[in-house]
Design a protein around this ligand. Structure first.
Ligand SMILES: Cc1cc2nc3c(=O)[nH]c(=O)nc-3n(C[C@H](O)[C@H](O)[C@H](O)COP(=O)(O)OP(=O)(O)OC[C@H]3O[C@@H](n4cnc5c(N)ncnc54)[C@H](O)[C@@H]3O)c2cc1C
Length: 361
Protein backbone atom coordinates (compact mmCIF):
# COMPACT_ATOMS: atom_id res chain seq x y z
CA UNK A 1 0.00 0.00 0.00
CA UNK A 2 1.43 3.38 -1.04
CA UNK A 3 1.58 6.38 1.26
CA UNK A 4 2.21 9.87 -0.09
CA UNK A 5 4.29 12.72 1.31
CA UNK A 6 4.23 16.16 -0.30
CA UNK A 7 7.18 18.34 0.66
CA UNK A 8 6.53 22.09 0.52
CA UNK A 9 8.41 25.25 1.39
CA UNK A 10 7.55 28.85 2.21
CA UNK A 11 8.00 31.82 -0.09
CA UNK A 12 10.14 34.84 0.78
CA UNK A 13 7.55 35.96 3.39
CA UNK A 14 8.71 32.94 5.42
CA UNK A 15 5.15 31.84 6.23
CA UNK A 16 3.01 31.37 3.08
CA UNK A 17 3.66 28.45 0.76
CA UNK A 18 4.97 29.11 -2.73
CA UNK A 19 2.58 28.70 -5.64
CA UNK A 20 4.72 25.84 -6.90
CA UNK A 21 4.43 24.09 -3.50
CA UNK A 22 0.64 24.44 -3.71
CA UNK A 23 0.75 22.82 -7.15
CA UNK A 24 2.59 19.87 -5.59
CA UNK A 25 -0.16 19.67 -2.92
CA UNK A 26 -2.78 19.36 -5.69
CA UNK A 27 -0.75 16.62 -7.39
CA UNK A 28 -0.29 14.75 -4.11
CA UNK A 29 -3.95 15.08 -3.16
CA UNK A 30 -5.10 13.76 -6.56
CA UNK A 31 -2.66 10.86 -6.43
CA UNK A 32 -3.60 9.92 -2.87
CA UNK A 33 -7.31 9.97 -3.82
CA UNK A 34 -6.70 7.70 -6.83
CA UNK A 35 -4.66 5.24 -4.77
CA UNK A 36 -6.80 5.46 -1.63
CA UNK A 37 -3.51 6.29 0.12
CA UNK A 38 -2.79 8.50 3.12
CA UNK A 39 -1.39 11.97 2.41
CA UNK A 40 1.15 13.70 4.63
CA UNK A 41 2.20 17.27 3.91
CA UNK A 42 5.62 18.40 5.15
CA UNK A 43 6.37 22.11 5.50
CA UNK A 44 9.77 23.82 5.58
CA UNK A 45 9.32 27.40 6.80
CA UNK A 46 10.57 29.89 9.37
CA UNK A 47 7.02 30.11 10.71
CA UNK A 48 4.74 27.37 9.40
CA UNK A 49 1.40 28.47 10.93
CA UNK A 50 -0.01 30.12 7.83
CA UNK A 51 1.27 27.39 5.54
CA UNK A 52 -0.16 24.63 7.74
CA UNK A 53 -3.55 26.37 7.97
CA UNK A 54 -3.69 26.70 4.17
CA UNK A 55 -3.26 22.95 3.51
CA UNK A 56 -4.70 21.37 6.67
CA UNK A 57 -7.82 20.10 4.90
CA UNK A 58 -5.82 18.39 2.17
CA UNK A 59 -3.71 16.18 4.42
CA UNK A 60 -4.34 13.32 6.80
CA UNK A 61 -1.14 14.37 8.62
CA UNK A 62 0.91 17.55 8.74
CA UNK A 63 4.59 17.79 9.66
CA UNK A 64 6.69 20.94 9.88
CA UNK A 65 10.21 22.04 10.55
CA UNK A 66 10.37 25.59 11.72
CA UNK A 67 12.78 28.22 12.94
CA UNK A 68 15.03 30.95 11.61
CA UNK A 69 17.46 28.41 10.13
CA UNK A 70 14.77 27.53 7.57
CA UNK A 71 13.99 31.09 6.54
CA UNK A 72 16.64 30.93 3.87
CA UNK A 73 17.38 28.47 1.09
CA UNK A 74 20.61 26.71 2.04
CA UNK A 75 21.69 23.19 1.16
CA UNK A 76 22.70 22.02 4.65
CA UNK A 77 19.56 23.16 6.49
CA UNK A 78 17.09 22.33 3.68
CA UNK A 79 18.51 18.83 3.15
CA UNK A 80 18.40 18.17 6.91
CA UNK A 81 14.82 19.47 7.11
CA UNK A 82 13.55 17.35 4.20
CA UNK A 83 15.40 14.28 5.49
CA UNK A 84 13.83 14.66 8.95
CA UNK A 85 10.33 15.02 7.47
CA UNK A 86 10.84 11.99 5.20
CA UNK A 87 12.03 9.85 8.11
CA UNK A 88 9.04 10.93 10.23
CA UNK A 89 6.51 10.37 7.42
CA UNK A 90 7.89 7.01 6.18
CA UNK A 91 6.08 7.54 2.87
CA UNK A 92 6.64 5.38 -0.19
CA UNK A 93 6.14 8.27 -2.63
CA UNK A 94 7.48 11.78 -2.06
CA UNK A 95 6.18 14.57 -4.30
CA UNK A 96 7.93 17.96 -4.22
CA UNK A 97 8.08 21.11 -6.34
CA UNK A 98 11.09 21.33 -8.66
CA UNK A 99 11.86 24.80 -7.35
CA UNK A 100 15.45 26.03 -7.27
CA UNK A 101 15.35 25.56 -3.48
CA UNK A 102 14.26 21.91 -3.55
CA UNK A 103 15.87 20.86 -6.85
CA UNK A 104 19.33 21.29 -5.38
CA UNK A 105 18.72 19.22 -2.24
CA UNK A 106 16.27 16.48 -3.19
CA UNK A 107 18.68 14.05 -4.90
CA UNK A 108 20.80 14.12 -1.73
CA UNK A 109 17.74 13.59 0.47
CA UNK A 110 16.64 10.61 -1.66
CA UNK A 111 20.15 9.18 -1.39
CA UNK A 112 20.27 9.64 2.38
CA UNK A 113 17.12 7.67 2.92
CA UNK A 114 17.88 5.03 0.30
CA UNK A 115 15.31 6.20 -2.23
CA UNK A 116 15.26 6.93 -5.97
CA UNK A 117 14.35 10.17 -7.71
CA UNK A 118 12.92 11.38 -11.02
CA UNK A 119 12.84 15.03 -12.02
CA UNK A 120 10.86 17.32 -14.35
CA UNK A 121 7.64 15.38 -13.83
CA UNK A 122 4.71 16.90 -15.71
CA UNK A 123 1.88 14.53 -14.72
CA UNK A 124 1.08 11.69 -12.33
CA UNK A 125 -1.33 8.87 -13.06
CA UNK A 126 -2.20 5.41 -11.84
CA UNK A 127 -2.54 2.22 -13.82
CA UNK A 128 -3.94 -1.13 -12.76
CA UNK A 129 -1.29 -3.79 -13.36
CA UNK A 130 -2.28 -7.01 -15.09
CA UNK A 131 -0.22 -9.19 -12.72
CA UNK A 132 -1.68 -8.43 -9.29
CA UNK A 133 -4.48 -5.98 -10.11
CA UNK A 134 -2.85 -3.36 -7.87
CA UNK A 135 -2.53 0.28 -8.84
CA UNK A 136 0.91 1.28 -10.05
CA UNK A 137 2.01 4.90 -10.18
CA UNK A 138 3.05 6.40 -13.51
CA UNK A 139 5.01 9.63 -13.82
CA UNK A 140 5.20 11.48 -17.12
CA UNK A 141 8.11 13.60 -18.24
CA UNK A 142 9.52 14.93 -21.52
CA UNK A 143 12.88 14.16 -23.08
CA UNK A 144 14.88 15.48 -26.02
CA UNK A 145 13.63 19.03 -25.65
CA UNK A 146 9.98 18.09 -25.17
CA UNK A 147 9.85 15.96 -28.33
CA UNK A 148 9.50 12.58 -26.60
CA UNK A 149 7.03 11.98 -23.80
CA UNK A 150 8.00 9.15 -21.45
CA UNK A 151 5.91 7.38 -18.83
CA UNK A 152 8.08 6.16 -15.95
CA UNK A 153 7.18 3.49 -13.41
CA UNK A 154 9.42 2.16 -10.66
CA UNK A 155 9.22 -0.53 -8.06
CA UNK A 156 11.94 0.97 -5.83
CA UNK A 157 10.69 2.95 -2.84
CA UNK A 158 10.75 5.60 -1.54
CA UNK A 159 10.30 7.23 -4.93
CA UNK A 160 10.88 10.98 -5.10
CA UNK A 161 9.12 12.92 -7.85
CA UNK A 162 10.03 16.55 -8.54
CA UNK A 163 7.18 18.32 -10.31
CA UNK A 164 7.69 20.99 -12.95
CA UNK A 165 5.88 24.25 -12.25
CA UNK A 166 2.74 25.16 -14.18
CA UNK A 167 1.67 21.53 -14.49
CA UNK A 168 -1.04 21.56 -11.79
CA UNK A 169 -3.57 24.03 -10.45
CA UNK A 170 -2.32 25.44 -7.11
CA UNK A 171 -4.22 23.97 -4.15
CA UNK A 172 -6.78 26.45 -2.84
CA UNK A 173 -8.90 24.56 -0.30
CA UNK A 174 -10.54 26.13 2.71
CA UNK A 175 -8.12 27.21 5.40
CA UNK A 176 -8.35 25.77 8.91
CA UNK A 177 -6.53 26.83 12.03
CA UNK A 178 -3.32 24.85 12.43
CA UNK A 179 -0.42 25.52 14.78
CA UNK A 180 3.00 24.63 13.45
CA UNK A 181 4.14 24.04 17.05
CA UNK A 182 1.85 21.04 17.30
CA UNK A 183 3.13 19.44 14.12
CA UNK A 184 6.78 20.48 14.45
CA UNK A 185 9.47 17.83 14.37
CA UNK A 186 13.04 18.23 15.59
CA UNK A 187 15.86 18.55 13.09
CA UNK A 188 19.47 17.97 13.92
CA UNK A 189 21.30 20.63 11.96
CA UNK A 190 24.87 20.10 10.81
CA UNK A 191 27.38 22.95 11.13
CA UNK A 192 26.03 25.75 8.95
CA UNK A 193 28.79 27.41 6.94
CA UNK A 194 26.59 29.40 4.58
CA UNK A 195 24.59 32.45 5.52
CA UNK A 196 22.40 34.40 3.12
CA UNK A 197 23.12 38.04 3.89
CA UNK A 198 20.65 39.55 1.44
CA UNK A 199 19.24 39.46 -2.05
CA UNK A 200 20.29 41.45 -5.05
CA UNK A 201 17.66 41.28 -7.74
CA UNK A 202 16.69 43.57 -10.57
CA UNK A 203 13.69 45.80 -9.89
CA UNK A 204 10.38 44.11 -10.76
CA UNK A 205 9.91 46.12 -13.94
CA UNK A 206 13.43 45.19 -15.07
CA UNK A 207 12.70 41.47 -14.68
CA UNK A 208 11.78 40.33 -18.14
CA UNK A 209 11.37 36.60 -17.41
CA UNK A 210 8.08 36.17 -15.57
CA UNK A 211 7.06 32.51 -15.35
CA UNK A 212 3.68 33.38 -13.81
CA UNK A 213 2.65 35.77 -16.61
CA UNK A 214 -0.35 34.79 -18.72
CA UNK A 215 1.38 35.94 -21.90
CA UNK A 216 4.76 35.09 -23.39
CA UNK A 217 5.96 37.81 -25.77
CA UNK A 218 8.72 36.60 -28.07
CA UNK A 219 11.06 38.90 -29.97
CA UNK A 220 12.76 37.60 -33.09
CA UNK A 221 15.75 38.76 -35.11
CA UNK A 222 13.49 40.76 -37.45
CA UNK A 223 13.39 43.59 -34.89
CA UNK A 224 17.04 44.32 -35.63
CA UNK A 225 16.96 43.79 -39.42
CA UNK A 226 16.78 46.43 -42.11
CA UNK A 227 13.14 47.40 -42.44
CA UNK A 228 11.17 48.04 -45.65
CA UNK A 229 12.01 51.77 -45.33
CA UNK A 230 15.72 50.85 -45.49
CA UNK A 231 16.46 51.77 -41.86
CA UNK A 232 17.57 49.64 -38.92
CA UNK A 233 15.45 50.68 -35.92
CA UNK A 234 16.86 48.80 -32.96
CA UNK A 235 16.42 51.62 -30.45
CA UNK A 236 12.77 52.02 -31.39
CA UNK A 237 12.31 48.24 -31.21
CA UNK A 238 13.73 48.21 -27.66
CA UNK A 239 11.35 50.94 -26.52
CA UNK A 240 8.34 49.27 -28.13
CA UNK A 241 9.13 45.94 -26.51
CA UNK A 242 9.85 47.33 -23.03
CA UNK A 243 6.76 49.54 -23.14
CA UNK A 244 4.66 46.53 -24.03
CA UNK A 245 6.18 44.40 -21.27
CA UNK A 246 5.55 47.13 -18.67
CA UNK A 247 1.97 47.70 -19.79
CA UNK A 248 1.00 44.05 -20.20
CA UNK A 249 3.08 42.27 -17.55
CA UNK A 250 4.07 39.71 -20.19
CA UNK A 251 7.19 37.56 -19.95
CA UNK A 252 9.89 38.14 -22.57
CA UNK A 253 11.23 35.34 -24.74
CA UNK A 254 13.56 35.52 -27.69
CA UNK A 255 14.65 33.53 -30.70
CA UNK A 256 18.21 32.20 -30.77
CA UNK A 257 19.16 34.37 -33.72
CA UNK A 258 18.32 37.52 -31.81
CA UNK A 259 20.20 36.69 -28.60
CA UNK A 260 23.15 35.33 -30.57
CA UNK A 261 23.68 38.71 -32.21
CA UNK A 262 25.23 40.04 -29.01
CA UNK A 263 28.20 37.75 -29.59
CA UNK A 264 28.65 38.87 -33.17
CA UNK A 265 29.31 42.51 -32.40
CA UNK A 266 25.98 43.61 -33.89
CA UNK A 267 23.65 46.13 -32.42
CA UNK A 268 21.25 44.25 -30.13
CA UNK A 269 18.54 44.74 -27.57
CA UNK A 270 20.50 45.14 -24.30
CA UNK A 271 17.83 43.62 -22.03
CA UNK A 272 17.94 40.23 -23.79
CA UNK A 273 20.19 37.38 -22.68
CA UNK A 274 20.37 33.69 -23.50
CA UNK A 275 18.08 33.12 -20.50
CA UNK A 276 15.30 34.59 -22.63
CA UNK A 277 15.88 32.13 -25.47
CA UNK A 278 12.98 29.84 -26.24
CA UNK A 279 13.43 26.63 -28.19
CA UNK A 280 15.43 23.47 -28.66
CA UNK A 281 18.54 24.95 -27.08
CA UNK A 282 16.59 27.35 -24.86
CA UNK A 283 13.62 27.24 -22.51
CA UNK A 284 10.20 25.59 -22.85
CA UNK A 285 8.05 27.96 -20.78
CA UNK A 286 4.40 27.39 -19.83
CA UNK A 287 2.07 30.33 -20.45
CA UNK A 288 -1.59 30.47 -21.43
CA UNK A 289 -0.83 32.56 -24.52
CA UNK A 290 2.13 33.46 -26.67
CA UNK A 291 2.79 36.23 -29.20
CA UNK A 292 5.79 35.91 -31.51
CA UNK A 293 6.98 39.05 -33.26
CA UNK A 294 9.55 39.44 -36.05
CA UNK A 295 10.35 35.77 -35.77
CA UNK A 296 10.28 33.22 -38.56
CA UNK A 297 8.78 30.29 -36.62
CA UNK A 298 11.39 27.67 -37.46
CA UNK A 299 11.13 24.24 -35.87
CA UNK A 300 14.12 24.55 -33.46
CA UNK A 301 12.43 27.66 -32.07
CA UNK A 302 8.81 26.52 -32.15
CA UNK A 303 9.59 23.28 -30.28
CA UNK A 304 10.04 25.53 -27.21
CA UNK A 305 6.37 26.59 -27.59
CA UNK A 306 5.17 23.09 -26.80
CA UNK A 307 3.33 24.14 -23.64
CA UNK A 308 1.99 27.51 -24.82
CA UNK A 309 -1.82 27.30 -24.90
CA UNK A 310 -2.68 29.74 -27.70
CA UNK A 311 -0.06 30.85 -30.23
CA UNK A 312 -0.14 34.03 -32.28
CA UNK A 313 2.53 35.57 -34.47
CA UNK A 314 3.20 38.81 -36.30
CA UNK A 315 5.45 38.45 -39.32
CA UNK A 316 5.97 40.28 -42.60
CA UNK A 317 6.55 36.96 -44.30
CA UNK A 318 3.31 35.31 -45.45
CA UNK A 319 5.30 32.13 -46.00
CA UNK A 320 6.90 31.89 -42.56
CA UNK A 321 6.83 28.78 -40.35
CA UNK A 322 3.95 30.16 -38.26
CA UNK A 323 1.65 30.29 -41.27
CA UNK A 324 2.43 26.63 -41.96
CA UNK A 325 0.38 25.37 -39.09
CA UNK A 326 2.58 26.38 -36.17
CA UNK A 327 0.42 29.23 -34.88
CA UNK A 328 -3.32 29.56 -34.23
CA UNK A 329 -3.43 33.09 -35.62
CA UNK A 330 -0.84 34.86 -37.80
CA UNK A 331 -0.95 38.56 -38.55
CA UNK A 332 0.92 39.33 -41.76
CA UNK A 333 1.85 42.81 -40.70
CA UNK A 334 4.65 45.12 -39.63
CA UNK A 335 5.32 44.40 -35.94
CA UNK A 336 6.56 47.98 -35.41
CA UNK A 337 3.13 49.28 -36.38
CA UNK A 338 1.14 46.61 -34.57
CA UNK A 339 3.06 46.93 -31.29
CA UNK A 340 2.90 50.75 -31.38
CA UNK A 341 -0.89 50.52 -31.73
CA UNK A 342 -1.12 47.87 -29.03
CA UNK A 343 0.93 49.98 -26.62
CA UNK A 344 -1.29 52.95 -27.36
CA UNK A 345 -4.39 50.90 -26.50
CA UNK A 346 -2.78 49.49 -23.36
CA UNK A 347 -1.78 52.96 -22.23
CA UNK A 348 -5.32 54.23 -22.52
CA UNK A 349 -4.94 55.87 -25.91
CA UNK A 350 -1.74 57.79 -25.09
CA UNK A 351 0.84 57.74 -27.86
CA UNK A 352 3.55 55.32 -26.82
CA UNK A 353 5.80 57.17 -29.20
CA UNK A 354 6.06 60.29 -27.05
CA UNK A 355 9.74 59.46 -26.52
CA UNK A 356 10.33 58.08 -29.98
CA UNK A 357 11.19 59.84 -33.19
CA UNK A 358 9.25 57.43 -35.37
CA UNK A 359 5.87 57.16 -36.93
CA UNK A 360 2.59 57.62 -35.12
CA UNK A 361 0.34 55.80 -37.61
C1 LIG B 1 20.82 22.76 -33.35
C2 LIG B 1 20.01 24.01 -33.44
C3 LIG B 1 19.37 24.48 -32.32
C4 LIG B 1 18.60 25.65 -32.36
N1 LIG B 1 17.95 26.07 -31.24
C5 LIG B 1 17.17 27.16 -31.30
C6 LIG B 1 16.46 27.62 -30.18
O1 LIG B 1 16.51 27.04 -29.08
N2 LIG B 1 15.69 28.72 -30.30
C7 LIG B 1 15.60 29.42 -31.47
O2 LIG B 1 14.92 30.44 -31.52
N3 LIG B 1 16.28 29.02 -32.56
C8 LIG B 1 17.07 27.92 -32.50
N4 LIG B 1 17.78 27.56 -33.60
C9 LIG B 1 17.81 28.49 -34.76
C10 LIG B 1 16.56 28.42 -35.60
O3 LIG B 1 16.69 27.38 -36.53
C11 LIG B 1 16.37 29.75 -36.37
O4 LIG B 1 17.56 30.07 -37.05
C12 LIG B 1 16.00 30.93 -35.47
O5 LIG B 1 14.94 30.60 -34.64
C13 LIG B 1 15.62 32.12 -36.37
O6 LIG B 1 15.36 33.24 -35.55
P1 LIG B 1 14.33 34.36 -36.01
O7 LIG B 1 13.08 33.71 -36.48
O8 LIG B 1 14.22 35.36 -34.91
O9 LIG B 1 15.12 35.11 -37.18
P2 LIG B 1 14.93 35.10 -38.81
O10 LIG B 1 14.94 33.71 -39.28
O11 LIG B 1 15.95 36.04 -39.26
O12 LIG B 1 13.49 35.67 -38.99
C14 LIG B 1 13.15 37.02 -38.80
C15 LIG B 1 11.71 37.20 -39.22
O13 LIG B 1 11.30 38.51 -38.88
C16 LIG B 1 10.40 38.96 -39.90
N5 LIG B 1 10.36 40.42 -39.83
C17 LIG B 1 11.34 41.31 -40.10
N6 LIG B 1 10.89 42.57 -39.88
C18 LIG B 1 9.62 42.46 -39.44
C19 LIG B 1 8.61 43.40 -39.06
N7 LIG B 1 8.84 44.74 -39.10
N8 LIG B 1 7.40 42.93 -38.68
C20 LIG B 1 7.13 41.60 -38.65
N9 LIG B 1 8.05 40.66 -39.03
C21 LIG B 1 9.27 41.09 -39.42
C22 LIG B 1 11.03 38.42 -41.18
O14 LIG B 1 10.06 38.36 -42.22
C23 LIG B 1 11.49 37.04 -40.73
O15 LIG B 1 10.45 36.10 -40.95
C24 LIG B 1 18.54 26.38 -33.56
C25 LIG B 1 19.19 25.90 -34.72
C26 LIG B 1 19.92 24.75 -34.64
C27 LIG B 1 20.61 24.26 -35.89
Amino acid sequence: MESILVLTHADESGSALTRHSLEAVTAGEELAARLGASLTIGIVAADGNRAASAVKHAASRLLAVRGEAFAQARFASDAAACEAICRAAQATIVVAPQSSRFARVMAAVAHRIGGVIDTHIAALATHITAIDGADSVEATRWFYRQRIEAVVTRTARPWFLLLDSGTHVPYAGETANAQADEIAIAVELPALRTEVTGFRAPKQDEQTIRPDAKLLFVAGAGWTKKQPDGAVRVEEAGKLILNFLRASGASLGSSKSLVDQGGEGNSVLPFLTHLNQVGQTGATPRHAKGLATCCHGEEPHVVGWRFIGERRAISLDANCGWTRGKADVVYIADAFQVMAKLNELLNGGKQWAANSSHRKD
